[in-house]
Design a binder for this molecule. Structure first.
Ligand code: 9WN
Length: 437
């Protein structure tokens, strides 16, 4: 490791300072100005970082998220902070009062994000010293987290393939990935964005999705409102129904974490176990393209794989989905000039040689710390310490030289999007603990 214990300690202290500054009551906002509310997968990752230095706060991060749970089990992608400054689109835009399943007395968005709550809860248990308190926490959240996982099984099962679908690019977490372009191209919005965008007044527009993309995002939400957020009606009518590789891979990681939790609590996990096995095999069959030897997202409306050269091609590595020769060849692809060149700054979210690659624009090329972190975890779990160490060094270098940014240029390492980004801070803390072990 190129970094001394002293340098890592300093990095850890700086990360803790960011998480403290971004605290909003029981939860943590993703960033000081750009994202003033609580976000779903952000909070799961943030809780993992918190669990190393403040396990009580890590638990409340999860509990605050669960407080926004819908009656159908869904955990929304945003829980609005009533005291926050403006973020658009806000609660009035989502207008969840139209939904029978929405919770009352709490303001949320009407869609979800990659489910990582079981993963977060299990990490909290592993990192907490007081194991009795840890087990109590797992028991107290078990039912709600199971209901969230079951939401996908019941309401996002489009074609009984074992995979789950997403209904909006925001649900993917990788909002403007080029993988969604061909699906979004089928949508012709009648008006350009009907709300004032706050994001592009804070961040240079060249680093954010454009207005046409936002209009399509808004068009989809208008549709859900008209359908009163009924999941069944949405699956029948929404033009954007995608079985996402990253989403399904993360769901598998989350189901596996739930199996570990179930074992600790001695619950019967037969159903979860069967689903996890089926999901894994469905990613390996339905989402794998034998011609390219890579994975691809599935456009359910048009019944075809979306073959764009994005992180989806190789991401199932993170969930241990490919094995043997398939894994080896995907690792070779990962290490190639396309995604992670020898002197690069980490893994790019889009193949550098693809026509859609843009080194500055959000999920269309930049390096993100959570993506690096998912790969690091798999390398460590599969005993590939050399790769894990190399990627950790890349990640520390990015943050040490440039600050705790939302994403980074794969060409220069420069920080992009917002600074003081919470999951970057949280995952740096987790990586430092992994080195210490
Ligand atoms: C919309 C909070 C979120 C992340 C997403 C990221 C971005 C929101 C936005 O920020 O999305 O949900 O306004 O662009 O794409 O992954 O959860 O950090």
């Amino acid at each position: 490791m190129k970094y001394s214990q002293k340098a890592l300690n300093e990095l850890r202290q700086a990360a803790i300072k960011i998480l403290n500054a971004n605290r909003i009551g029981k939860a943590t906002k993703p960033a000081p100005e750009l994202y003033p509310h609580q976000w779903n997968w952000d909070s799961a990752l943030i809780a993992i970082g918190l669990s190393h230095f403040d396990p009580i706060r890590a638990q409340s991060e999860i509990q605050a998220l669960l407080a926004g749970q819908w009656k159908n089990g869904m955990i929304p992608h945003i829980i609005f902070n009533p005291k926050a400054a403006s973020y658009s689109p806000g609660p009035e835009f989502w207008n969840i009062e139209k939904a029978v399943a929405a919770p009352r007395g709490i303001s949320t968005s009407g869609i979800t994000q990659p489910p990582l709550l079981a993963l977060a809860a299990h990490n909290i248990y592993c990192n907490i010293h007081d194991k009795t308190a840890g087990l109590n926490f797992l028991e107290s959240t078990f039912e709600a987290i199971s209901a969230y996982q079951k939401f996908f099984m019941l309401h996002r099962n489009y074609d009984d393939s074992g995979l789950v679908c997403i209904i909006h690019p925001w649900e993917s977490g990788l909002d403007n990935s080029p993988a969604w372009d061909p699906v979004l191209a089928m949508i012709t919005p009648t008006t350009l964005v009907n709300f004032k965008r706050t994001d592009s007044s804070i961040i240079p527009p060249s680093q954010r999705p454009d207005d046409l993309e936002y209009s399509r995002y808004a068009y989809l939400v208008e549709l859900y409102k008209n359908l009163e957020y009924s999941q069944e009606k949405i699956l029948r009518n929404c033009p954007f129904i995608v079985e996402s590789v990253v989403f399904n891979s993360l769901l598998l990681l989350d189901l596996e974490a739930m199996l570990s939790i179930g074992k600790l609590l001695k619950h019967d996990m037969t159903e979860t176990m069967a689903w996890a096995l089926r999901l894994k095999s469905a990613v390996n069959s339905k989402l794998f393209d034998p011609n390219s030897g890579c994975y691809g997202d599935y456009d359910c409306r048009n019944g075809r794989l979306i073959l764009r050269s994005t992180i989806s091609e190789i991401f199932p590595i993170c969930a241990g989905i490919p094995s043997g020769r398939r894994r080896d060849s995907l690792i070779t692809r990962l290490k190639s000039d396309s995604f992670w060149p020898k002197h690069g700054f980490g893994i790019t979210t889009v193949n550098r040689h693809s026509g859609s690659f843009d080194s500055q624009k959000y999920w269309r090329g930049p390096v993100w710390i959570n993506i690096n972190w998912f790969f690091i975890n798999n390398f460590l779990n599969s005993g590939d310490n050399t790769l894990a160490l190399r990627l950790m060094e890349n990640t520390f270098q990015l943050v040490n030289h440039n600050g705790f940014f939302e994403y980074y240029s794969p060409q220069t390492g420069k920080g992009l999007g917002t600074g003081d980004f919470s999951w970057t801070a949280a995952l740096i803390i987790d990586m430092i603990h992994k080195i210490d072990k």
